[in-house]
Design a protein around this ligand. Sequence first.
Ligand code: SF4
Length: 380
Amino acid sequence: MAISKPAFEQGPIRPPNEANSLLLRLTRNCPWNRCLFCPVYKTKKFSRRSLDEIKNDIYAIADSVEKITEISHSRGSGGKVDRQTVALIHAEYPELMSVAFWQYHGGETVFLQDGDSLLLPVEQLIEILGLLKEKFPKINRITTYARSRTLLRRSVEELASLKKAGLNRIHVGLESGNDAVLDLMKKGVTASQHIEAGLRVKDAGLSLSEYVLLGLGGEKLWREHALDTAEVLNKIDPHFIRIRTLAVRPNSPLAELVEKGDFKILPDDQVVREEALLIDNLEGIKSTIYSDHILNLLEEVCGKLPEEKSRMKNIIDSYLNMPERDRELFRLGRRTGYFRTLTDMENEALVSTVEDIYRQVKNSGFSVDQYITQLLQRFV
Ligand code: SF4
């Protein structure tokens, strides 16, 4: 069955923890679009959506909610969006599916797309937030992406007015706290600007998520990347630190640097050492670390600072202290989807399956790292 488009526009990405949120598109793509490591919007042009377009989308979503409620009543679910209603909508009204999925998950959270929503005038954002709250009173969390440079164009008072209108959290791509890395990757922002922007968000009473990209310094700058990123995070003390791991997509600007030999990709084990150095140097902050991305090798390195810091470090040490063959096996199992955490290495059936793949890789003449590099490109 062909999937019909919803009656409103949606962009390509959202943070993993917004999987059950309504996605409302305020701008298309990214106004900067120069970061060497980022493949998301590279072939697409940035544009702002007009206030009318966005408001019409909110009305279209409200219409969809009404239709879904009617369908639920007519099929005996009493207006509730339960499993039966979702299955029916999936089969018969696919254009309503994204709204039905949102309703099924409570209809309480919204993510504003795409890469830098705060570029829109504050008055427009306030109007959009107000209309969302009016049409969907159950909403209790609205979040968005914003660039640090854009945040610096907004005063604390303006950001606080967005908070008052209903915005709860801002997700910022910090990536690195090292200026040489930020410059090399054309991030278009400095470490001190990241700090100022992050503090401004917090001063406005908004929740702040900062994304860190492990491996971004490559072999040359991994140590500075880890230490300076920790220092910037210590100065911001964001509510959330979200860990990501670099994977280089073929034909991307960063892949060209790799081909020329100007950037050397950090092998998995070295990325884990970098992560250890980063976490070891996070001091005096109360952030919660999340590792909610498939590209991260050690997904279980997550927790609240400072109380769970030693647990996170112990997990990293457990991995680094494993014999080399076990580390290769774990990496292969994780990247092929058989393992999720280090404890999966205690599951004999899983280990036996991964050992079969391990032998095949070795017999093919590839190293485990070469094989994994190819696998990772599929996730980028
Ligand atoms: S600012 Fe964000 S979305 Fe834009 S190119 Fe950089 S990483 Fe990608």
